[in-house]
Design a protein around this ligand. Structure first.
Ligand code: NAD
Length: 484
C-alpha cells in the first residue's frame, strides 16, 4: 500500500457513512506543491451537499449522545491503532499533498494520532458534580451533555492533526460533526474518515464535505439553527468573519487563529540549546505553523553569535521534494506563499537587515524558498508584525528584560511564545507577564496532546487537547434538588 492508496475510491463526499458525488458531479484538483502536478480530483461540495451532511449529523446526534462513553472511547482507540499501522502511508499522503518531508509528516502522524488516544481515555472521564447548597437546604447537581452537531473547518498546514484535535474530543463527548478540510489538502481527511468508519464509527457521526466554496458553505450551514458548534483553525481574518457569522444562531465557537511567536534568548541562555530550539520552533513544517517562531528577540550581547550559529545550521539544510531521502525542507504550499515570504525578506533587507544565509528562492519547478537568517531586523519592519509562514528567521535585539517582554507582547497575537534563560526567577516572571496562551521555556516544541493548546488576544479562544479540550464540546445542565 502507498499513501495515495489510502484515498483510492474515496475522493467523494463522505455523508451518512457513504461516499458520493457532489451535486452536479463537480470536482476540483489537488496539487503536489513540489511540482504543481495533479495528485487527485476531489468532489466539490455545494451548499445543498453541506446541508445533506448536516441532516445526517442531526439524525445521528441523539443516539450518538446516548451511546456508552466506553464504546466511543474504544472506537477512538481502534482508530488510533489503525492509523499507527498505516503511519507510513499517512505520512506519504500528507507529504504529497502538503509538501512537508516524510520524516516530519511521520512526526505529525504520531502527534495527530495521539489526540485519538488521549480522547479515547477522556471519553470515560466526563463527569458533573454533586454538592450541598451552601445554605444546607438543597442539593446541586450538574450534568455534562454533548453540545450537539458541530462544524469543523481546518487549515492545510497540518492536514491530520488539525482534524484529530477537533474530531477526537467531539467523538469522545458524543457530538456528531461535519468537517470541511482545507481545499489545498483534503486527501488526509478523506483517509481519516475511512479509518474511523473501519474503527466502527456509526454512519452520520462524521461527515466530510470538501469544497472550493468555503464562504458559501459556511454561511449555509451556520445559518441553520440545528448546528450548535463551530470550531475553526485558520487565519485571524477568516476567524473574525466566522465569529460574526455565528451570532445569528449563537453557535458556540472555538477559534484557533494566527500567531506571531516571539523567541526570546537572554544573555544567560545556553546558546547551543537555544539554536537547537530555534531550529525546531522555526523550521517545523518549513515555518508554516501558527506556533512558528516569528520574531527572534536576542540579547544584544549574544545576538551576533546566536545569528552565526543559527545561520550555519539553517544553511546546511537540504531543500527538496518531501518524499526524497535526506530532504529537510520541502516546498511551501503555493506560489502565493513564496511571493509573500520573498516580499517580507526584501522589505526587511531594505529596512537594514543583514542576510546571514538564504534570502532567495531556488529556481523552479515547485514552490521552494531557501532557509534564511536575517540579523538586525528593524523593529518596524513588516516581517515583525506579520506571520512569515516560511523558513525565515528574523533576529532583532534587546538590552533589558523589561524591553524583551514589552517587545514580545507588542503584537495583536497571543498564541505561542518561547524563552531561553537559565534564571528561574526570570522564567516565572516571563510565564506571568507574556500575554500568550503558551510559553515554551528552554524548548522549541510545545505542542502536546495532553496540554491545552490555544491562544489569547487575536489568536482566538478555546483550547484543544489536555483536560480542557473536551470542555469545548460539552454543555452543562444544573439541576436543583429539594432537601431530602
Ligand atoms: P485560512 O483562514 O485561509 O483557511 C483556513 C480554512 O478556512 C480553510 O479550510 C479555508 O478553506 C477556510 N475558509 C477560508 N475562508 C472561509 C470562509 N469565508 N468561511 C469558512 N471557511 C473559510 O488559513 P490557512 O491559510 O489555511 O491556514 C493558515 C493560518 O492558520 C495561519 O494564520 C495559521 O497561523 C493558522 N493556524 C492556526 C492554528 C492554531 O491552532 N491556532 C493552527 C494551524 C494554523
Amino acid at each position: 500500500m502507498t499513501g495515495m492508496d489510502l484515498v483510492s475510491g474515496r475522493t467523494g463526499l463522505f455523508i451518512n457513512g457513504e461516499w458520493r458525488d457532489a451535486e452536479g458531479g463537480e470536482s476540483f484538483a489537488v496539487y503536489d506543491p513540489a511540482d504543481a502536478s495533479v495528485l487527485a480530483r476531489v468532489a466539490d461540495g455545494s451548499t445543498n451537499d453541506v446541508i445533506d451532511a448536516l441532516d445526517a449529523a442531526v439524525a445521528a446526534q441523539a443516539s450518538w449522545a446516548a451511546s456508552a462513553p466506553r464504546d466511543r472511547g474504544e472506537i477512538l482507540r481502534k482508530a488510533f491503532e489503525l492509523i499507527n499501522a498505516r503511519a507510513d502511508d499517512f505520512a506519504e499522503l500528507m507529504s504529497l499533498e502538503m509538501g512537508k518531508p516524510v520524516a516530519e509528516a511521520k512526526g505529525e502522524v504520531t502527534y495527530g494520532n495521539e489526540f485519538f488516544r488521549w480522547f479515547s481515555e477522556e471519553a470515560v472521564r466526563i463527569h458533573g458534580r454533586w454538592m450541598n447548597n451552601p445554605a444546607g437546604t438543597s442539593r446541586l447537581l450538574t450534568i455534562r451533555k454533548p453540545v450537539g452537531p458541530c462544524y469543523f473547518i481546518t487549515p492545510w498546514n497540518f492536514p491530520l492533526a488539525m482534524g484529530t484535535r477537533k474530531i477526537g474530543p467531539a467523538i469522545a463527548a458524543g457530538c456528531t460533526m461535519v468537517v470541511k478540510p482545507a481545499e489545498l489538502t483534503p486527501l488526509t481527511m478523506l483517509a481519516l474518515a475511512d479509518v474511523l468508519t473501519e474503527a466502527g464509527l456509526p454512519a452520520g457521526v462524521l461527515n466530510v464535505v470538501p469544497t472550493t466554496s468555503a464562504a458559501d458553505q459556511s454561511k449555509a450551514i451556520m445559518a441553520d439553527d440545528r448546528l450548535r458548534k463551530v470550531s475553526f483553525t485558520g487565519s485571524t481574518p477568516v476567524g473574525k468573519l466566522l465569529v460574526k457569522q455565528s451570532a445569528d444562531q449563537l453557535q458556540r465557537v472555538s477559534m484557533e487563529l494566527g500567531g506571531n511567536a516571539p523567541f526570546l534568548v537572554f544573555e544567560d541562555a545556553d546558546l547551543d540549546a537555544a539554536v537547537e530550539g530555534a531550529m525546531l520552533a522555526k523550521m517545523r513544517n518549513m515555518g508554516e505553523a501558527c506556533t512558528a517562531a516569528n520574531r527572534f528577540l536576542v540579547h544584544s550581547s549574544v545576538a551576533a553569535e546566536f545569528g552565526e550559529k543559527l545561520a550555519e545550521r539553517m544553511g546546511a539544510l537540504r531543500v527538496g521534494r518531501g518524499q526524497d531521502d535526506g530532504v529537510d525542507v520541502g516546498p511551501l504550499i503555493e506560489e502565493k506563499a513564496v511571493d509573500s515570504v520573498s516580499q517580507l525578506v526584501t522589505d526587511a533587507v531594505h529596512d537594514g537587515a543583514k542576510v546571514l544565509t538564504g534570502g532567495n528562492a531556488p529556481d523552479g519547478p515547485g514552490y521552494f524558498y531557501n532557509p534564511t537568517v536575517l540579523l538586525d531586523v528593524h523593529p518596524e519592519s513588516e516581517i515583525n508584525s506579520q506571520e512569515i509562514f516560511g523558513p525565515v528567521a528574523a533576529i532583532a535585539t534587546f538590552d533589558t528584560e523589561e524591553q524583551a517582554i514589552s517587545r514580545a507582547n507588542d503584537t495583536e497575537y497571543g498564541l505561542a511564545s518561547y524563552a531561553y534563560t537559565r534564571d528561574l526567577a526570570r522564567t516565572i516572571r516571563l510565564a506571568e507577564q507574556l500575554e500568550y496562551g503558551m510559553v515554551g521555556v528552554n524548548t522549541g516544541l510545545i505542542s502536546n496532546p495532553a496540554a491545552p493548546f490555544g491562544g489569547m488576544k487575536q489568536s482566538g479562544f478555546g483550547r484543544e487537547g489536555g483536560f480542557e479540550g473536551i470542555e469545548e464540546y460539552l454543555e452543562t445542565t444544573y439541576v436543583s434538588l429539594p432537601p431530602f
